[in-house]
Design a protein around this ligand. Structure first.
Ligand SMILES: Cc1cc2nc3c(=O)[nH]c(=O)nc-3n(C[C@H](O)[C@H](O)[C@H](O)COP(=O)(O)O)c2cc1C
Ligand code: SF4
Length: 430
């Protein structure tokens, strides 16, 4: 496989097909070496494939960063029931726009990753759960799966290997909670997308009650490259604990927002200033959310020292999450931004758990009151308390996701909250 765009800044491995409409065609993909890794994987035992993925240090790109090879090794080794691989293409974390691009530009890369994953976990059926709003991505993917069937890369006796693996694309209806793995399985089964308590974990009791592995699109797209080139090759990028490359979805007040594939550990400030062309309109940096709306906000000083890997983001005071970097300049209304995030969680809460159902809606009401100028300092204490009570008390971590943006913004940008209260005081009041 050729990697024509690898430079000292960007490392385009999974994004090498971005911008090239030929890449989505099965013939072009094969001409460029595609489906070669699948053939190589079929020549290995499933456990050998898992060992290569373990050696690469690849961690799940869906947000939690769990080691992929280790997750695969949890699946039973001697199947007594059907196994399933589910590809999570629901991509709904605010600020995230990488998975839909991977599908649009390079659908066969994902299909090949899914097939190798299925082989490794001894599954004969892959479901790709793709958000319904991604109209073009769904069309491109459906066409690619059809082409892969026609060319014998999917289905019965793939390329004469004796391996049978089917791939089904399932369109979700656009609920954030269906990106959570147990909600996704429930939705796939035709029920409401309600998360359920774990354990049992999906490797023991997953989709349709069968052993199941769920992986993010970006995770699976890295697999063909790792199998083709080896674990050490992948480790040429990144750090010891955060190996490889990662797509960073940069949005907000930079001159060149977009998707950038970089080695993990890349300095956040260099991403903003060099790769993204600096701050828009020459404004000063105020804050950055490095990993989507569910992680703490960094102030400018923290952002300047932040390395973009799992450990580096934690040291700086936040989390890498799914690497959705939201950059905010000094004109940004932090209170409004956080209010919008809380509104999002209130809207997307499935309502099963009282702390989440009630907490998100109370937090949203208080945030709205503060934004409208009717808040008091007591409201900030109440917000801290409510969001704290929402951590670790519910079925899934949607509820926990409210605390990081709310609490970090109150701690780091308290002045913005107070200014909003004072600016609306009647004239003459001290
Ligand atoms: C509320 C919520 C929404 C989520 N949405 C997504 C999503 O859109 N895409 C995704 O890959 N993972 C999402 N996740 C994480 C998945 O539950 C799961 O951990 C992930 O798909 C595993 O893949 P990985 O190991 O390759 O990262 C979400 C989790 C939560 C709690
Ligand atoms: S935490 Fe919220 S979204 Fe998750 S299951 Fe409970 S109510 Fe639903």
């Amino acid at each position: 496989m050729a990697y024509p765009y690898v430079s000292d800044r960007e490392a385009r491995v999974i994004s090498r097909g971005f911008g090239d409409p030929m890449q989505r065609r099965v013939d072009t993909y094969v001409q460029r070496g595609g489906y070669g890794a699948l053939k190589k994987a079929f020549g290995m035992s499933p456990d050998q494939v898992i060992d290569v993925v373990k050696a690469s240090g690849l961690r799940g790109r869906g947000g939690a960063g769990f080691p992929t090879g280790v997750k695969w090794s949890f699946m039973p080794k001697q199947p007594t029931k059907p196994h399933y691989l589910l590809c999570n293409a629901d991509e709904s974390e605010p600020g995230t726009f990488k998975d839909r691009e991977l599908i649009r530009w390079d659908p066969h890369q994902l299909i090949e990753g899914c097939l190798i994953g299925a082989y490794a976990i001894r599954a004969k059926h892959v479901y790709i759960y793709c958000r319904g709003e991604f109209f073009e991505a769904n069309q491109v993917l459906a066409r690619a799966v059809e082409d892969a069937y026609a060319k014998g890369y999917v289905g019965k006796n793939i390329q004469g290997s004796g391996n049978d693996i089917d791939v089904t694309v399932h369109q979700g209806a656009g609920a954030y909670i269906c990106g959570e793995e147990t909600g996704l399985m429930s939705s796939l089964e035709g029920r409401r997308g309600l998360p359920r308590v774990k354990p049992p974990f999906p490797a023991a009791y997953g989709a349709f009650g069968m052993p199941t592995t769920i992986n993010n699109v970006e995770t699976l797209c890295a697999i063909p490259h790792i199998v083709a080139n080896g674990g050490d090759w992948y480790r040429q990028w990144g750090t010891e604990k955060s190996a490889g490359t990662k797509l960073f979805c940069v949005s907000g007040h930079v001159r060149k927002p977009g998707n950038y594939e970089l080695p993990l550990g890349f300095p956040l400030i260099e991403l903003i200033e060099d790769v993204c062309g600096g701050m828009r309109d020459g404004n000063a940096l105020k804050a950055v959310i490095p990993g989507g709306s569910s992680v703490p906000i960094l102030d400018a000083a923290e952002a300047r020292s932040c390395k973009l890997d799992y450990e580096g983001c934690v040291s700086a005071g936040s989390m890498l999450g799914c690497a959705s970097v939201i950059v905010m300049d000094d004109k940004t209304d932090i209170v409004k931004q956080v209010r919008r995030m809380v509104d999002f969680y209130a809207h997307e809460s499935c309502g099963q758990c009282t702390p989440c159902r009630e907490g998100t809606s109370w937090a949203a009401q208080i945030m709205r009151r503060i934004e409208d100028g009717d808040g008091t300092e007591k409201d900030l204490d109440t917000l801290m308390e409510i969001t704290q009570q929402m951590v670790g008390t519910t079925i899934c971590v949607l509820s926990d996701s409210v605390a990081p943006p709310v609490q970090s913004s109150i701690k780091k940008f308290r002045g913005d909250y107070l200014a909003r209260m004072r600016s609306l005081e009647p004239a003459g009041v001290a």
